[in-house]
Design a protein around this ligand. Structure first.
Ligand code: MSP
Length: 535
C-alpha cells in the first residue's frame, strides 16, 4: 500500500474521528478510533507539522431523543452529561484533540442552515413521500436484505426496524453517481483500505437513490429552513459538524469562515459501519454545495471480545474506563494499536492483553533499558567517552538495522500502519536483547575490553532511545520515562514539542550523546497481573 499523497508531504495535517452518538457512555469502539486518530496526529506533530484533530459528539436524532425520554431527562441535559464522560475518557487516554464539536452548538445550526440553503439553491433538495423500514439505532433506512425475517436490523439484532411513511425532504444523490465514480477512479486512495474501496465502488455501481434528509416525527434536531415542521436528518447535520469544528472562537459562523484555514480534511478516520455516509453521501453533499472534498476516508474494522461481537445485549461490552483504571493508559493504547492491523477486525482478550503488554513493554523494552543502564553504571564508572553513532562501525548489525528502520518508519506511519510500527520497533529491541546475550559485555569487561563494552552499551541504549521516540505517538508516557532515564528532559505530551524543537534528528539512529551522568535505572513499565478467571 502506498498512499503518500502530496498531503503527507505538506506542512499541515487535518483529521477527524467520527462525532460520537451520545445515547450512552463511550465504549471501547469509540475509544479505539480516537486512540488511532490521536497516534496519527501525534506522529504528524512530532514532524513539526501544524495539526488539527477534530472530535466531538453527534447529539440530535430519534435515537438520542428516545434515550433521553426513557431516562426522563430533557435531551440537552442528557447530552451534557454524556459529553462530559467522553471528555473525561479522552483525558484519561491522553487524547490530544484540538477541537471538540457538539452538534447542538448554536454556531453549528448556522452552518447547517447555510449549507442546506446552498444545496437547495443548487436544485438538489425536493419534497417527496418516504416509505420504508427504519432502524433507529443506525438512524438509517434499511433495504429488505438488511433486515432479518422477523424484522430486526442485521447490525443491531436487538432492534426492530420501524415502518415509516411520511413526507420528507430528499437529497438528489442520484445526480452525483457519475461524479462519485470518477472521484473513486481518479483518486485510488480516497477510500482506504482497498477492500472498503471495492465495497463502496460496488455499492455505487448498483445505482444511487436519493435519500431523505428531514423528519417530521423527530423534534430533537434543527428545523428545516422555511419549513419548521421538519427537522434535519441527523446524518445530514452530523457530517457538517466536521466543518463547524474548524471555526475559530471569534469567527462569524459561516461556511466561508469555517473553510478558510484547515479545510479540506486530509483524513476522516471512521469505522466500517459508517463508510457509506462518509465515502458516498458526504462527498456528494459537498459537491452539491460546491466545497472541496476530503482527501481520504479510512474505514477501520470492528472490535470483538473473546471472539464475539461486542454488544450490550450479549453483555460482553468492554468498559474503557475500567480498562484504563486497571491497566493504565499506555498499556491500553499499545494493545489496541499494536494488536489490530488498522482496517482489519480485531479481538480483545484480557489474558492476551496482559501477556502482550508484559512481554513487549516490560520484558523486552523496559528490561533492555534496565539491564543496559545497570551495566553502564557498573562497567563505566569513570563515565564514557563522548561518542555517538558515528563512532560505531558501519557494519555493526544494530546500527545497520536502526538506520534502515528510520526511513521505513516514516512511510509506515504515513500509511497509518501503527501495528507495523510497533512490530518493527519491537523487532529491533528483541535483536538488541539477543545481541547483549551473544556479546556478553560482562565477560568482555573482565577481559579488559573496555571500548568494546562501551560500544555494545551504546548501540543498545541508542536503540532504546530510538524506539522510545518512534513509539511516542503510541505510548507517550513510557517514552517520556525512557527519555528521562537517558538524560533528556523532553516531554512527549507537550503538544507543540515538534514546533519548539526540530526533532528530525531524533527520528534517526545514532544521536544519543552517551557522555552524560545518567540517573539510576528504574523500571519504565511495571508488569501487569493476569486477570483472575473463574475457569
Ligand atoms: N454518530 C455517528 C457518526 C457521525 S460522524 C459525522 C456514529 N456514532 S457511533 O458512536 O455510533 O460510532 C462511532 C464510531 O465508533 C464508528 O466509527 C463506529 O465504527 C465505531 N465503533 C462502534 N462500535 C465499534 C466496535 N465494536 N469496534 C470498533 N469500532 C466501533 O456512528
Amino acid at each position: 500500500m502506498n498512499n503518500l499523497t502530496e498531503t503527507s508531504r505538506k506542512n499541515s495535517f487535518s483529521l477527524t474521528t467520527p462525532l460520537y452518538y451520545v445515547n450512552g457512555l463511550p465504549h471501547i469502539g469509540s475509544a479505539y478510533t480516537t486512540m488511532v486518530a490521536d497516534a496519527i496526529a501525534r506522529w504528524h506533530r512530532l514532524q513539526g507539522k501544524d495539526v488539527i484533530l477534530v472530535t466531538g459528539s453527534d447529539e440530535h436524532g430519534q435515537k438520542i431523543q428516545r434515550t433521553a425520554e426513557s431516562l426522563g431527562l430533557p435531551p440537552q441535559k442528557h447530552c451534557d452529561g454524556i459529553v462530559a464522560k467522553f471528555q473525561e475518557l479522552w483525558e484519561k487516554l491522553d487524547i490530544q484533540y484540538d477541537r471538540f464539536i457538539r452538534t447542538t452548538a448554536a454556531k453549528h445550526e448556522a452552518i447547517v442552515r447555510e449549507f442546506f440553503q446552498r444545496v437547495k439553491a443548487n436544485g438538489d433538495i425536493y419534497l417527496a413521500q418516504q416509505q420504508g423500514w427504519y432502524c433507529v439505532a443506525c438512524e438509517e433506512f434499511k433495504e429488505e436484505k438488511d433486515i432479518t425475517e422477523d424484522g430486526y436490523c442485521l447490525i443491531h439484532p436487538n432492534q426492530k426496524v420501524e415502518w415509516r411513511d411520511e413526507e420528507n425532504y430528499f437529497f438528489r444523490l442520484s445526480r452525483y453517481q457519475q461524479a462519485l465514480e470518477k472521484l473513486y477512479e481518479e483518486n485510488p486512495h480516497f477510500i482506504q483500505p482497498e477492500s472498503r474501496r471495492n465495497e463502496v465502488i460496488n455499492f455505487v455501481k448498483q445505482g444511487l437513490k436519493d435519500f431523505s434528509i428531514s423528519r417530521i416525527n423527530v423534534s430533537w434536531g434543527f428545523p428545516v429552513p422555511d419549513n419548521p415542521q421538519h427537522t434535519i436528518y441527523v446524518w445530514f447535520d452530523a457530517l457538517l459538524g466536521y466543518v463547524t469544528a474548524l471555526l475559530e472562537e471569534s469567527d462569524e459562523p459561516t461556511l466561508a469562515n469555517a473553510t478558510k484555514k484547515w479545510y479540506p480534511f486530509d483524513l476522516h478516520l471512521i469505522g466500517k459501519d459508517i463508510l457509506r455516509f462518509h465515502a458516498v453521501y458526504w462527498p456528494a453533499m459537498l459537491m452539491s454545495a460546491n466545497l472541496p472534498l476530503p482527501r481520504q476516508v479510512f474505514g477501520h474494522g470492528f472490535l470483538t471480545k473473546d471472539g464475539k461481537k461486542m454488544g450490550k445485549s450479549v453483555g460482553n461490552t468492554l468498559d474503557p474506563f475500567e480498562l484504563v483504571a486497571k491497566y493504565g493508559t499506555d498499556a491500553v493504547r499499545y494493545y489496541f494499536l499494536k494488536e489490530i492491523e488498522l482496517g482489519e477486525d480485531g479481538d480483545f482478550n484480557e489474558v492476551r492483553f496482559v501477556n502482550t503488554v508484559n512481554a513487549d513493554l516490560a520484558d523486552d523494552l523496559g528490561n533492555l533499558l534496565n539491564r543496559s543502564l545497570g551495566m553502564l553504571n557498573k562497567y563505566c564508572k569513570q563515565g564514557v567517552p563522548t561518542f555517538t553513532g558515528k563512532d560505531i562501525p558501519d557494519d555493526n548489525e544494530i546500527k545497520i538495522m536502526g538506520m534502515s528502520l528510520a526511513d521505513k518508519l516514516v512511510s509506515v506511519y504515513q500509511n497509518y500502519q501503527l501495528s507495523s510500527a510497533c512490530r518493527e520497533i519491537l523487532n529491533l529491541i528483541k535483536t538488541c536483547n539477543r545481541y547483549i546475550d551473544e556479546k556478553k559485555p560482562w565477560s568482555l569487561f573482565k577481559q579488559g575490553e573496555q571500548q568494546e563494552v562501551e560500544k555494545i552499551l551504546y548501540v543498545v541504549l541508542e536503540s532504546v532511545r530510538f524506539a522510545a521516540f518512534h513509539l511516542a505517538p503510541i505510548i507517550p508516557n513510557i517514552s517520556n520515562k525512557i527519555y528521562h532515564q537517558l538524560g533528556y528532559s523532553l516531554d512527549f505530551n507537550q503538544k507543540d514539542l515538534g514546533k519548539k524543537i526540530n526533532l528530525s534528528s531524533h527520528g534517526q539512529w545514532g544521536i544519543l550523546p552517551l557522555n552524560q551522568d545518567l540517573p539510576k535505572a528504574e523500571p519504565v513499565f511495571a508488569k501487569l497481573a493476569l486477570p483472575v478467571t473463574n475457569n
